[in-house]
Ligand binder design. Structure first.
Ligand code: SF4
Length: 193
């Protein structure tokens, strides 16, 4: 769908320069999705791995974030090979609803109520990041508090359109459950994609 240089605004690599590759196609259907135009893969032009690989080679960023849409709907083996060929780290942002292909240096699983994540993906996560759009989402997030492995980090992230509303509830929940860290979409605060 698009590729661009920005900063990673979320999760464990927040604030670092990153090259993003956003793949089209998603059937998860989050009502608050900030890129619904990504849902229909057929609405976007196909690009070759070679083309994307050249961009990675020219990018100053040390890592590439493959996002979507739901990127795991695609076979990502060749894309991650191309990323590693250019000595960049491969990061993915996925809902966890599909099995993963490819070789990943950082796996962010963001579970969604609307299409449940697979246990086999959750257990590989370097971070589990739950978007909080309503106070009830906090109780739901807690179901994933043990879903990763011994090194997984756990993040709560306010949904952008209701940040002010849910932030006090998130902070209060974090006081009771300090395992969770706060993730803010800092790129949005400074007007970056
Ligand atoms: S999984 Fe991501 S791209 Fe798909 S609907 Fe949810 S927020 Fe949007």
């Amino acid at each position: 769908m698009e590729s661009f240089l920005s900063i990673q605004g979320e999760g464990g690599h927040q604030g670092k320069t990153a090259h993003f590759i956003r793949l089209a196609g998603c059937d998860v259907g989050c009502p608050w999705c900030d890129v619904p135009e990504s849902w229909e893969a057929a609405d976007h032009e196909s690009r070759t791995i070679l083309d994307l690989s050249k961009e990675v080679q020219e990018s100053p960023a040390p890592f590439v974030v493959v996002t979507g849409g739901e990127p795991a709907m695609h076979n990502l083996t060749y894309l991650t090979e191309a990323i590693h060929e250019h000595k960049r780290k491969s990061h993915i942002e996925t809902s966890g609803a599909y099995p993963l292909s490819g070789r990943w240096d950082w796996i962010c699983v963001s579970p969604k109520r609307f299409k449940k994540p697979l246990d086999s993906v959750l257990v590989k996560a370097h971070e589990i990041k739950v978007v909080i759009a309503h106070r009830n989402d906090l109780r739901w997030a807690q179901k994933f508090a043990e879903a990763g492995n011994e090194t997984t980090r756990y993040f709560l992230q306010p949904e952008w359109s209701v940040v002010d509303e849910v932030m006090p509830q998130i902070l209060s929940f974090m006081n009771e459950h300090p395992k969770w860290e706060l993730s803010l979409q800092i790129h949005k605060y400074i007007g970056l994609p």
